[in-house]
Design a protein around this ligand. Structure first.
Ligand SMILES: Cc1cc2nc3c(=O)[nH]c(=O)nc-3n(C[C@H](O)[C@H](O)[C@H](O)COP(=O)(O)OP(=O)(O)OC[C@H]3O[C@@H](n4cnc5c(N)ncnc54)[C@H](O)[C@@H]3O)c2cc1C
Ligand code: SF4
Length: 558
């Protein structure tokens, strides 16, 4: 391994604001900064090969953020959202039946009236065009690999990763040193479980006064369906089967335009059974009699997975630190019962931009934008999250049936009476600490995929168009390489084999029949950047760091 300092100096570029991540949060912040002062210099770096390539969402999108950011978006001929929600259905599933839940019993804040179904990736592609038109510089294919600090400890920007380092850690032919992007302020908009955000939270102790962040893994497919089965704007959610009542999660199924339907499943990562495979739960879910008919005769065209933050209001860390702030899902702004975070991503980007713009106007740099941290709870983001803050803890503590019912009653109380019966509940353990040993757990037998409705992992990853340069250091770093085989395998059956939705982790045996001489294998090139391993590894031994820029999935309209 070559020491970074031996690779030579890095070139540097100076900006007012550096933004890490071209998701809805990062792009909205960049746009708002330019709207407030066209002279502000703003750069956005994005690890995907293009804007949108790493974006995976549902998505039913509440346009409240877009309406505020770009009020004329609905009139734009190339607007990225065209299909309004027309039907909003909820079901509780049993193994062979489904009970519809009446819409009139739902809290009003769960309603999707006025929302749009669409691709968040396409929304980001469109936002990037608007940002560039305002003069924002956007660099896709560049991963922010390192946070830069000054001698007082304030963040001064980021460095992009070096390109052309071999698996052995040495530069290859075509090696290019990363760039330093210096900013008076840096905004981190990396989405759920950002790799740099994680280091900032630890360094500045940003989560000292918040509950642990909670996560889910969302696995999603895009299908082209028979036109006769397509109902543009139909939105369907379910909970219950195939999960047992102690495992939180549920499905989403949205009819977009052009006979395309997305189907996905979110499983809360505080599940306890190490035999559980989120991928296989999703595959068998599609065989349910309520779900299967939509996809029979159709064609699966894309696949992907991504973690989603679920901790809500009480898990939001402190957002500001000297030289920068967290926005969007790096801050954890998802409204869990609504499965929506993109509206708050946009609103938080705007809010942070407004506070940074003020700071820049006052000639400040590299200090802490504390006013943004002080403002979010009173903003519409805080109000959105506060009302639903007990839904996830109730679900985790009481199981699906009682938890969902009490969560619903609690949302009604918050909505109508302005208070919660439960105060603010705690989440308890972080997700990595919830697995039970295999000795105390029941094995789960998953059916074989039929190749029509259900599939295996490798053919699925193929549909994510994931691509990484193979000769590069493994970006899934093990703090202690012995842990998977010596600890995780005997205690938990090495659950990475099952929770990774891309088949990256395997345990192979020198003597397969006798299950002797196990070895832990990491197929890093398959990684779809969902971040689940970084979250769920019971030993917290896997550290997801950015691979070479441009590597990873190449999602179309996900
Ligand atoms: C399965 C699923 C379903 C969902 N459904 C909905 C829904 O229906 N409606 C809704 O509103 N929300 C939904 N959400 C939540 C929504 O997707 C998020 O709230 C939203 O995407 C957050 O936006 P963001 O900009 O903070 O992060 P992201 O959208 O995750 O964008 C982050 C960007 O930063 C880039 N990046 C990360 N790290 C680096 C780095 N170090 N260097 C360079 N680039 C980097 C990533 O590649 C990515 O492009 C869903 C999420 C999931 C996973
Ligand atoms: S290796 Fe980790 S981040 Fe990559 S796909 Fe698997 S679980 Fe997700």
């Amino acid at each position: 391994m070559t020491d970074s300092a031996d690779l030579g100096p890095r070139e540097a570029m100076e900006y007012d604001v550096v933004v890490v991540g071209a998701g809805p949060a990062g792009l909205s912040a960049a746009i708002r900064l330019k709207q407030l002062n066209p002279e502000t210099s703003v750069v956005v770096v994005e690890k995907g090969s293009e804007v949108g390539a790493h974006i995976l969402s549902g998505a039913v999108i509440d346009p409240v953020g877009l309406d505020k950011l770009l009020p004329e978006w609905r009139q734009a001929p190339d607007r990225p959202l065209v299909t309004e929600v027309t039907e909003d259905q909820f079901y509780y599933l049993g193994p062979s039946g489904a009970v519809p839940l009446p819409n009139f019993g739902m809290p009003k804040l769960m309603s999707n009236h006025g929302n749009f179904v669409g691709s968040l990736g396409n929304v980001c592609r469109w936002l990037a065009v608007q940002a560039e038109a305002l003069g924002v510089e956007i660099y896709p294919g560049f991963a922010a690999a390192e946070v830069l600090y000054d001698d007082k400890g304030a963040v001064t920007g980021i460095a992009t990763g070096d390109m052309g380092i071999g698996r052995d850690g040495k530069p290859k032919s075509g090696f290019t040193r990363g760039m330093e992007l210096h900013g008076k302020y840096t905004l981190f908009a990396e989405g759920a479980r950002g790799s740099l955000t994680k280091t900032l939270i630890a360094r500045f102790k940003l989560d000292d006064n918040s509950e642990p962040q909670k996560f889910g893994i969302g696995i999603k497919e895009l299908w082209q369906v028979d036109p006769k089965k397509h109902v543009p704007g139909r939105v369907q959610h379910s909970f219950g089967w195939p999960l047992d009542s102690k495992t939180g999660g549920g499905s989403f199924l949205y009819h977009l335009e052009n006979n395309q339907v997305v189907v996905g499943f979110v499983i809360h990562l505080n599940y306890t059974n190490p035999y559980l495979s989120p991928f296989d739960e999703f595959q068998r879910f599609k065989h349910h009699p309520l779900i299967a008919p939509t996809f029979e005769g159709g064609k699966r065209i894309a696949y992907g997975a991504r973690a989603i933050t679920e901790g809500g209001y009480q898990s939001v860390p402190k957002l500001s630190f000297p030289g920068g702030a967290l926005i969007g899902c790096s801050a954890g702004f998802v409204n869990v019962p609504r499965i929506k975070g993109s509206h708050n991503a946009v609103l938080s980007g705007m809010l942070a931009a407004e506070h940074l713009s003020q700071a820049l106007a006052e000639g400040r740099a590299h200090d802490e934008p504390l006013s943004y941290e002080q403002a979010w709870r009173g903003s519409e983001i805080g109000q959105d999250l506060y009302k639903v803050r007990n839904v996830k803890p109730l679900w985790s503590k009481l199981g699906t049936f009682a938890g969902v019912i009490l969560g619903g009653i609690d949302m009604h109380c918050n909505e109508k009476l302005g208070f919660s019966l439960f105060g603010t509940l705690k989440h308890g353990k972080p997700d990595y600490a919830t697995l039970k040993p295999i000795a105390e757990s029941k094995p789960i037998a998953y059916p074989k995929p039929d190749g029509k409705l259900s599939f295996d992992k490798l053919s699925s990853v193929f549909l994510s168009s994931t691509n990484h340069e193979e000769d590069q250091p493994i970006h899934l770093m093990l703090e202690d390489p012995k842990v998977p085989i010596e600890k995780n395998l005997p205690i938990f059956g090495e659950p990475a084999r099952l929770y990774c939705p891309a088949g990256v982790y395997e345990v192979v045996y020198g003597d397969e029949a006798a299950k002797k001489d196990p070895r832990f294998v990491i197929n890093a090139q398959n990684c779809v950047h969902c971040k689940t391993c970084d979250i769920k590894d019971p030993a917290q031994n896997i550290n997801w760091v950015t691979p070479e820029g441009g590597g990873g999935p190449n999602y179309p309209n996900m």
